[in-house]
Design a protein around this ligand. Structure first.
Ligand code: CLF
Ligand code: SF4
Length: 499
């Protein structure tokens, strides 16, 4: 967890990490050894700070899977790395390479190409490695990334290393086969279908062996875990402890998605996903053991763009087939864009005129932690109109400082005058549900009507910190409102009560 504290000059000055729970935001990043920093500096998933500046894309070249998870329906994207929704197009490796080059030229801040489905990349080794092989040769400035269930991992480690892959994600939901048997009905192993506890036992052994082999070779491993209330919630603390002890770099606990309409086993049998509060509580409990990822968006297996946005429709096959990309020229432009981003990131934080000239710690001991939702279009700034925000970044401010605790998708409130009708009330109701527990919304601008509705729901809208750095703005608002007693320990906000 990164703590941001304001100094006497009002700028972000002191940042520190709570014990061993460092995330990988700007300040935690600066504290890493140089070699490690270079690996994650522009990877939007492995570095919280990088996700404000850099984009990723996935190519859906891996349709088959070698296991069954109770939260997956093959008609939908791999839940390891996606939100529900069919993959628009499964690509051949040649198509995937063409698409990657086209996206990299059009979105120069795209630094990472991941293969994450729609099945398991390593259950489709020929397609996955053919894609990596071509991209290693044609686009050496793009980082390659892969996400797997781990069953086939130990046997392909040598090939992974040949493609200079520095980042691998393994989805590990358990280390106990009895729990595994409740998550995985079967695996396909050595040409046979194996069911029940035995299947889970083999999968767990392969995942752990794969993790150890990757770490031994210096590859950064992120472990994704799906939080399934009543099945592996308590157990994930043990998972976190074990994978950290084995050298995993980051742990990403994601909420189960189990809407009945997706047709998954869990969806159809009424297994619920966790609430935002349950997710945060577990992430905090695991954070004592290792770095936690808080900014995952559970992307589609064909996602394109910054985390939280999907520009896939701009790069459909019919569109890219017509393109002739000069990638040598694109690489020059990409390098310039990356240099400009890095120059901006290296610049000292501007002094914020609205920030009180005090530190948070001594003065506001009597204030309780508060969640604030931030509308941001990227760059780590409060720079989005409330009505245009499809998602909100959720920050917690407390007398220990400011930290990102998640991102929640709400859907845009404003769709233009044509849709300013009854449907806007429904959209607002959804936004309120998504903002449960938040007491402040920070945005660049907000209309009169949503302002009033937020206030009526007990949430304070604030657009006074437009274009400021998010952490500085959240800290400033916390101080302002703490000074007024709004967040005193004995106060309970309306919104908090209703959450
Ligand atoms: Fe893709 Fe995954 Fe690589 Fe990222 S996603 S393969 S590590 S490039 Fe990132 Fe998306 Fe979360 Fe995955 S936000 S679902 S963690
Ligand atoms: Fe689905 Fe991915 Fe699980 Fe395979 S590993 S069953 S594709 S969620």
């Amino acid at each position: 967890m990164t703590i941001t504290v304001l100094n006497q000059g009002g700028k972000t000055a002191l940042t520190g990490c709570a014990a061993s729970s460092c995330g990988s935001s700007a300040d935690a990043l600066a504290q890493l050894p140089e070699a490690l920093r270079a690996k994650i500096n522009n990877h939007p998933c492995f570095s919280e700070d990088a996700h404000h500046h850099y984009a990723r894309m996935h190519v859906a070249v891996a349709p088959a899977c070698n296991i069954q998870c109770h939260y997956c329906n093959r008609k939908y994207d791999c839940s390891n790395e996606s939100r529900p929704g069919v993959v628009s197009e499964v690509l051949t490796p040649d198509q995937a390479v063409k698409k990657t080059l086209a996206v990299a030229a059009a979105i120069p801040q795209m630094t990472v190409l991941g293969i994450a489905g729609p099945g398991d990349p390593l259950a489709n080794p020929a397609r996955t490695f053919a894609t990596f092989r071509q991209l290693t040769a044609k686009a050496p400035d793009i980082k390659l990334c892969v996400s797997t269930n781990g069953l086939a991992l130990p046997e392909v480690i040598d090939e992974l290393c040949q493609h200079n892959i520095e980042h691998v994600t393994i989805t590990i939901n358990c280390v106990d086969p009895d729990i595994g048997a409740q998550i995985y009905p079967w695996i396909f192993w050595n040409h046979r279908r194996i069911k029940g506890r035995k299947a889970a036992e083999i999968l767990i052994a392969q995942q752990q062996k794969g993790l150890e082999l990757l770490v031994a070779r210096g590859i950064l491993v992120k472990v994704n875990s799906v939080l399934i209330p009543g099945i592996n919630d308590e157990h994930l603390k043990e998972v976190s402890r074990i994978v950290k002890a084995k050298g995993a770099f980051l742990h990403n606990v994601m909420p189960l998605i189990s809407e009945p309409e997706h047709g998954t086993f869990y969806g159809l049998t009424g297994q619920r996903g966790p609430t935002s509060a349950e997710l945060q509580t577990l992430q905090d409990a695991c954070a004592g053991d290792m770095r936690m990822m808080r900014h995952c968006r559970q992307c589609r297996a064909d996602a394109v763009g910054m985390l939280g946005e999907d520009r896939g429709q701009e790069f459909t096959l019919d569109k890219i087939e017509q393109l002739d990309v000069d990638y040598a020229a694109a690489m020059v432009q990409r390098a310039q864009v990356h240099a400009a981003i890095e120059a901006k990131r290296a610049a000292p934080a501007p002094i914020t005129p609205t920030a009180p000239l005090v530190t948070l710690n001594p003065q506001f001991r009597t204030s309780r932690p508060v969640l604030m939702a931030v509308a941001s279009g990227g760059g780590g700034l409060v720079n989005q109109h409330f009505g245009e925000a499809n998602e909100f970044l959720i920050y917690e401010a407390s007398n220990r400082g400011v930290r990102l605790v998640g991102a929640r998708t709400a859907g845009r409130y404003c769709h233009g005058p044509a849709q300013c009708d009854d449907s806007s009330a429904q959209r607002f109701a959804k936004i309120l549900r998504v903002l449960a527990g938040c007491e402040v919304v920070l945005c660049a601008k907000i209309g009169y009507e949503p302002w009033q509705q937020l206030e009526a729901a007990g949430i304070i809208p604030n657009s006074e910190h437009a274009l400021e750095s998010i952490e500085t703005a959240v800290a400033a608002v916390y101080q302002e409102l703490s000074a007024s007693g709004r967040f005193s320990v004995d106060s309970v906000a309306t919104q908090r009560r209703s959450a």
